[in-house]
Design a protein around this ligand. Sequence first.
Ligand code: LMR
Length: 333
Amino acid sequence: MRTFAIAASVAALALGLVGPASADPIIIKFSHVVATDTPKGKGAEKFKELAEKYTGGKVKVEVYPNSTLYKDKEELEALQLGSVQMLAPSNSKFGPLGIREFEVFDLPYILPDLKTLRKVTEGPLGAKLLKLLDAKGITGLAYWDNGFKQMSANKKLVSPADYQGVKFRIQSSRVLQAQFKALGSLPQVMAFSEVYQALQTGVVDGQENTWSNIYTQKMHEVQKYITETNHGYIGYVVIVNKKFWDDLPADIRDQLSKAMKEATAFSNAQSQKENDDALAEIKKSGKSEIIKLTPEQDEAMRKAMEPVYKDAAGRVGQALIDEFQKEAKSTTN
Ligand code: LMR
């Protein structure tokens, strides 16, 4: 029986019935730290669907959500080593890699709305920033939105004075560190996957994140108050290992680029809705009280965070901050 099977496969090979067409697919491991039911999670699934379709199965995309493969910092190292091919880290995550310019996205109130953000990321400024990744063995493919950040804690955060002495989890970003220091808080760097437990056990008192991240990580269940500050932005750069990308057959790379373009449009078109829906679910749960700021309270928060700009100028560069602010001005005027 066995002899027959071997003979049959040899014959099939000779007849050209099997061969290169049945070659192993190219595997793209796409790792990320958030839930599938988020703007990034859905974008990754969309890319998988389109990439596999356009390449006719020659590429297989394996998506690993929720830090199942790697936590924040480890995932970038893994990409550089080639253990994983694709990631979508938040802009903040590139500072520790030595590309400080990306921390400009962390500046409080730098981007008034998603329209301005899009102008930046889809224009020459966005392209210039992506190019900076090359030197680290990384190719930047696209910008994906999450949305604007809110502040949560177990106490009411209304005026800047309320932030005094509060321990906040932050992503590893010097700009975010300066932001909380300006408010008199105690910032603590921590991986995203550890935030829920840290809030639950009181290792930290509060955190800042988007509605979709707060909801899908159940942070609202362990935070009594969430203040609608919209003070900062979380977005992502979809990146690949440069060598892996450059070594792909040109036709495959083109099909993957097409899939990425469409997945980006899909993801960015529904990010706002994802966050709106998450906010509605949090409200419905009744677990966290949502606090809205008056225009005066909002103004006081902006004022309290102003010193962050001066601090950041030395790191991300005043010229880059000016370019961002110029875009913001031209959109709102
Ligand atoms: C965070 O670490 O808070 C976020 O950047 C996680 C993410 O990828 O949205």
